[in-house]
Design a protein around this ligand. Structure first.
Ligand code: SF4
Length: 380
């Protein structure tokens, strides 16, 4: 095994490991044309090198890259005891690069290492014409390509609204707040319909670093304390795991070399606001210092929450029963606003609906924190 990853490592070793991975990422670019034939892979010494590992300046071939990458994910799964034999696992599948690589790698590793998992694809149809309908076609092809049964759950059937209808009503200002909150619940409800034990998502190191930064910027201590965990929601209905927690844009290289069938168009309602700026900021940092992303995650992991910080108490929504620290869950508050023709009801400061239970929790978990949440798949 060339790399060891995971929370089971001592912090100092993990830090060293992060450094290795960051270097790998810089290396993981598409192969450059080589005049005069190019070098051989320093691992197998048989095939032509396709990418370079700058830390060691090793040139490696595609096949050795696949092996290194897949071994790395396998070690993350094993070291963190992510799954047990016989478990039913839903793979959150959007048709995008990350979740497509996740579906492919999970099915490969499950077969190769005999994990004994029943794997399913779970997709959410937000009802975004010209975006989600096209990406769902990709997931349907993945269903056949990887032989994984697919379940699609739509906002329309769960909430009575599509994102197209919501955007028509509210415009493009807070659309991602609605979409992110609804998606989080939709994934849980889809996973419950599939009767799975766990849900895995393709969130990678870039996503996690972005979420750490956003939670700091919002002062959202409750989320900050858990957003770097590889498994979350263990006390909830269905735990979520992120096997790519420490994988950087190796996913692009992997998908590119493997010629995986994925959908790469951005959501037509994607705003260039708060999360977009955080993403750009992190990308700028990464260009100057490639390990910045992994260092942000490490900082997130090492934060200690003061014992004086009031944390929200988990309960259940009085309306739908979904896990919530307030009287009504966020989805019910937003839905109530939509159905009453008052879409701003759940945006910004909360008045009325959750006032009683808000008193203690609004600094860390109030609707204030929802205001500028972007593509909400990161809402861990
Ligand atoms: Fe939903 Fe993401 Fe599109 Fe926002 S960018 S509307 S969260 S799919």
């Amino acid at each position: 095994m060339r790399f060891l990853l995971g929370n089971s490592l001592a912090p100092e070793n993990r830090a060293a490991n992060y450094s290795t991975m960051a270097s790998e990422v810089v290396a993981a670019t598409a192969p450059k044309p080589r005049g005069g034939g190019g070098r051989f892979c320093t691992i197998c010494n048989e095939r032509r090198a396709a990418l370079k590992r700058p830390k060691t300046l090793e040139q490696i071939c595609k096949e050795c890259f696949y092996e290194v990458f897949e071994d790395e994910i396998h070690r993350v799964i094993v070291d963190n005891h992510l799954f047990k034999p016989g478990e039913r696992i839903a793979i959150g599948a959007s048709g995008g690069k990350d979740s497509t690589v996740l579906a492919y790698v999970m099915s490969e590793l499950n077969r190769r290492h005999g994990y004994g998992l029943d794997l399913f694809l779970l997709s959410i149809d937000e009802g975004i014409t010209g975006y989600r309908d096209d990406s769902l076609e990709t997931v349907k092809r993945n269903e056949i390509q990887y032989g994984l049964p697919l379940k699609v759950v739509s906002y329309k059937e769960l909430y009575g609204w599509t994102m197209d209808e919501i955007v028509k009503l509210i415009g493009l200002k807070n659309n991602c707040t609605f979409c992110g909150v609804f998606r989080r619940q939709a994934l849980d409800r889809g996973a419950a319909l599939l009767k799975v034990d766990k849900l895995v998502t393709g969130h990678n190191a870039d996503d996690i670093a972005e979420t750490v930064l956003l939670n700091i910027l919002r002062g959202d201590i409750a989320r900050l304390s858990r957003c770097t965990s590889i498994t979350t929601g263990e006390d909830g209905p269905i735990p979520r795991c992120k096997p790519f927690n420490w994988a950087l844009n190796l996913l692009f290289t992997y998908a590119y070399f493997k010629r995986l069938d994925y959908f790469s168009t951005e959501c037509i309602y994607s705003p260039n606001a708060y999360r977009g700026f955080a993403r750009e900021f992190i990308k700028d940092l990464e260009r100057i210092r490639p390990r910045a992303i992994l260092d942000i995650i490490k900082s997130g992991e090492d934060f200690r929450i003061s014992t004086f910080t009031k944390m929200p108490e988990q309960g259940n929504c009085e309306r739908c029963g979904y896990i919530s620290s307030q009287k009504w869950c966020k989805a019910c508050v937003l839905l109530e606003g939509l159905n009453r023709g008052l879409p701003k009801l759940g945006i910004g400061r909360s008045r009325g609906l959750n006032n009683e239970r808000n008193k203690d929790t609004k600094e860390t978990n109030g609707t204030k924190a929802l205001q500028s949440k972007q593509c909400g798949t990161l809402d861990f």
